[in-house]
Design a protein around this ligand. Structure first.
Ligand code: FES
Length: 401
């Protein structure tokens, strides 16, 4: 059996009395949040007191933990950001992600990234690493390099407010079975955290990692070290500049020889969806596939549209912002993309339906939730711009900027 000595046990591994204690604590915590919401209109007492605490500790934020930037390194299109989370941060399970929050010109900008470093790095040195793909027009990544890097190099970090949310996500190793890990691009980051946290391996693991060009290959040193440490770990690198993309034939023999294997897929959503279908066609059980992806194309009709099968219709969007009214047309994809394409600057964070920063008032119109496929009713309601696609004319109220 594969043994992953992850010192953080999953919930179902805890003794029953411990689970009961946890559920009572969870219930008490919910009651406390409810009381705070009713009495203070805040999720917690500490949120209520935040303005006062910030008079003494200007970097304090109630819902996030402060983190100190220890190092920033650049590697062909990626940034490796090493952070020392403050005492309030509760740790992570390898494979989970966090929200990184920077304050840029007084505005909190947040993005979600998987932790790429091992649990041991956190336990022994109190550090975590985020490996972030640079976006040419990305506010977060350009800020990291233009503003944070010089501050790190000059040793003037105390003035740099960086915050972290609690680590969340269920893309973590749970099964003690043979593993097939398929990763593309920056999708390798949670898988690197998982594998580099393993201390003993007793079942075979095959990792196939696709990247575009040798310079974009992440964690090269670490792969060498892991392969020499674990004879049962096989790693195949697929440099798509040198050979064609990964094909079902590349994993077929493995799937046939390890019918009980658990599969972890991580990469752009198109990659994850394609591979999910290919693995099902190879006879892999759907319940054996876990996936984490970025982008929203995991919704079938979006994939079809991306392949040119059918162009979604464009709908008029009326935007009310303080006393102004503007009319635009929807573009392909989410309402957030349509607004940005028209020159609006709505708030957003993760662009994946997690952080709720893009929450917006819809006055009327039908929208589809791109994650669940659920269709709203036609009347007023709150929607997340990043995961809502119009299905009719829509009227929105945006907060004044
Ligand atoms: S940007 Fe995070 S939920 Fe929309």
């Amino acid at each position: 059996m594969t043994k992953f000595s992850t010192p953080v046990p999953s919930l179902n591994q805890l003794p029953v009395c411990h689970q009961n204690t946890k559920s009572i604590i969870g219930l008490l915590r919910q009651c406390w949040h409810w009381c705070c919401q009713v009495a203070l209109v805040q999720p917690s007492l500490i949120s209520y007191l935040e303005p006062l605490i910030r008079l003494i500790l200007p970097n304090f934020r109630a819902q996030w933990s402060h983190a100190r930037v220890v190092d920033i390194q650049q590697q062909a299109g990626f940034i490796h950001l090493t952070l020392r989370p403050g005492r309030r941060w509760r740790g992570f399970i390898p494979g989970q992600h966090v929200q990184l929050v920077l304050e840029i010109n007084g505005r909190a900008i947040s993005r979600i990234f998987s932790i790429s470093s091992s649990l041991q790095l956190f336990q022994q040195q109190g550090l975590i690493r985020l490996t972030i793909q640079q976006q040419s027009k990305g506010l977060m990544t350009s800020h990291l390099m233009q503003w944070l890097k010089p501050a790190v190099d000059a040793g003037s970090l105390s003035s740099v407010p960086v915050h972290l949310s609690a680590a969340t996500g269920s893309f973590v190793l749970q099964q003690q079975k043979p593993l097939l890990l398929l990763a593309a691009g920056s999708g390798i980051t949670p898988i690197h955290a998982m594998l580099s946290s393993v201390t003993r391996l007793t079942q075979p693991v095959l990792l196939i990692y696709s990247f575009r060009g040798a310079e974009q290959m992440l964690f090269a040193e670490s792969w060498r070290e892991l392969q020499s440490r674990f004879p049962l770990l096989q790693i195949q690198f697929v440099d798509t500049n040198l050979r064609q993309r990964l094909q079902p034939g590349d994993v077929e023999t493995w799937c046939n020889s390890q019918p009980q294997c658990q599969v972890y897929l991580c990469g752009p959503s198109r990659f994850s969806l394609d591979w999910q279908n290919k693995l099902l066609a190879l006879g892999v059980d759907a319940s054996a596939i876990q996936q984490e992806s970025f982008g929203l194309a995991a919704v079938p009709f979006l994939v079809a549209a991306a392949a040119g099968a059918e162009k979604p219709e464009s709908f008029p969007i009326e935007i009310r912002q303080s006393t102004q009214v503007r009319n635009i047309s929807s573009t392909q994809g989410s309402l957030l993309s349509s607004l940005e394409a028209a020159g609006f600057n709505p708030s957003y964070g993760c662009r994946r339906g997690i952080c709720m920063q893009c929450l917006c008032q819809k006055n009327q119109g039908l929208v589809r939730n791109l994650l669940t496929g659920e269709i709203s009713d036609v009347g007023p309601g709150m929607i997340q711009l990043c995961i809502s696609q119009p299905l009719s004319a829509v009227e929105l109220s945006l907060p004044s900027s």
